[in-house]
Structures are given as C-alpha cells and as structure tokens.
Write a protein that binds this ligand. Sequence first.
Ligand SMILES: CC(C)(COP(=O)(O)OP(=O)(O)OC[C@H]1O[C@@H](n2cnc3c(N)ncnc32)[C@H](O)[C@@H]1OP(=O)(O)O)[C@@H](O)C(=O)NCCC(=O)NCCS
Length: 189
Amino acid sequence: MAEVFVETGRLVLRRFEAGDADLVTGLDSDPEVMRFLTGGRPTPREQVAATVLPRMIASYDRYDGYGIWAAEERASGAFAGWFHLRPPSEAPDGALEVLELGYRLRRAVWGRGYATEGSLALVATAFADPRVHRVIARTMAVNSASRRVMEKAGLRFARSYHESWTDPIPGAEHGEVEYALDRADLPTP
Ligand SMILES: CC(C)(COP(=O)(O)OP(=O)(O)OC[C@H]1O[C@@H](n2cnc3c(N)ncnc32)[C@H](O)[C@@H]1OP(=O)(O)O)[C@@H](O)C(=O)NCCC(=O)NCCS
C-alpha cells in the first residue's frame, strides 16, 4: 500500500510506485490533457517507464518529502491524475521557502472541482510547514482552466513572463503566468 500524503473529501493523494507506468502513460496519452504541455503529443510508455516515473518516485527523497502524488478517487479507488508540490526548478538544492503547485487530471474527471480540492489541501499542507513562505503555480497564459484553479486555491496573479522554447506549442506566443500566495497574505482564521 503506497504511502498517503494527503486526503481530501473525495481524493487520496498517494506516492507513485514502480507499477504506475500504465496509469501515467494513459493520462499522458490524451491530447486534450497534453494540449498546454506538449501541444497534444502523448508521452510514449518507454519514456514514462525509463524517465518520467523514476523521476516522480525520486522526488520524495530529493525534496524532503515533497514531490508528486497520484490522486485516486476515494469512492472508487480510480486513478484521477496527479498533483505536485515541490520547489520550482530554479530553486537551489534543499531550498523549501517556495513550493510550486501543479496538477494534471484525466479528462473523465474534469469539471468536478477535483483540481481545486486537491490544490486547497496542498496549499494548506505547504503552509503547515514553517519552512515554506510562498506557494506559486505556473501555466501558459492561455490555459484558462488552470488559471481558474489557481485563483480558487487562493493564489493571485503575480506576473507574466516569456520562456524561450526551442519548439513552441500553439499559444506559447501569449507567454506564461505565475500565481502566488505568501504566508503573510494568508487569510486569518
Ligand atoms: C486544469 C485541470 C487540472 C482542471 O481540473 P478540474 O478538476 O476540472 O478543475 P476544477 O473543476 O477544480 O476547476 C476548473 C475551473 O476552471 C473553469 N474552466 C474549465 N475550463 C475552462 C476554460 N476553457 N476557460 C475558462 N475556465 C474554464 C471551470 O469552470 C472551473 O471554474 P469554476 O468552478 O469557477 O466554474 C484539468 O483541466 C487538466 O488536467 N488539464 C490538463 C492538464 C493541465 O493543463 N494542467 C495544468 C498545467 S499547468
């Protein structure tokens, strides 16, 4: 039984394990899921098994318990997708002051509030750790659903910026956005 990180009303967020390659491959095979990630291109199973999943599993050690978790529906046990909460890629090794939230869910479960539910739980988990001062989330400017989830999770628009992609996907010309919530701005209970 994989280690559970967080439970919400409808979701269980558990650690990824070596046997999860088919679940991740299935998620990354849907062009709509991958639209704002790769322009719709699926991730081949070999790449999931050799690179993507091992990196997911290594995340817990690398980030002192933070990382990326498989989300399962509590009611059915079905795989719903994943959430991550870990330092942004540019953070120095060991730094946990800033954590980046992210999510990718199966199309079959979109529109049920799962991304918001998981994100709210992860934001609360982040700020329960006194080392964490800021939670951020990033997406393409044109990814309206993802931006809406960030807002509903309590993050606010912080900045827009442009990445220099070697192989830009449609919409990249509109740039990226970052949303953020600082500990100092948490609503008082
Ligand atoms: C982004 C994603 C995680 C949202 O998951 P979800 O569980 O459907 O999200 P929620 O139900 O919690 O909330 C979605 C919100 O976005 C809104 N929304 C959905 N599609 C939208 C669109 N095309 N334009 C504007 N708003 C949109 C919904 O109406 C809802 O807001 P509301 O509650 O105010 O009505 C899901 O669409 C997904 O996995 N997309 C593919 C992967 C991805 O893009 N991940 C983010 C990359 S940074």
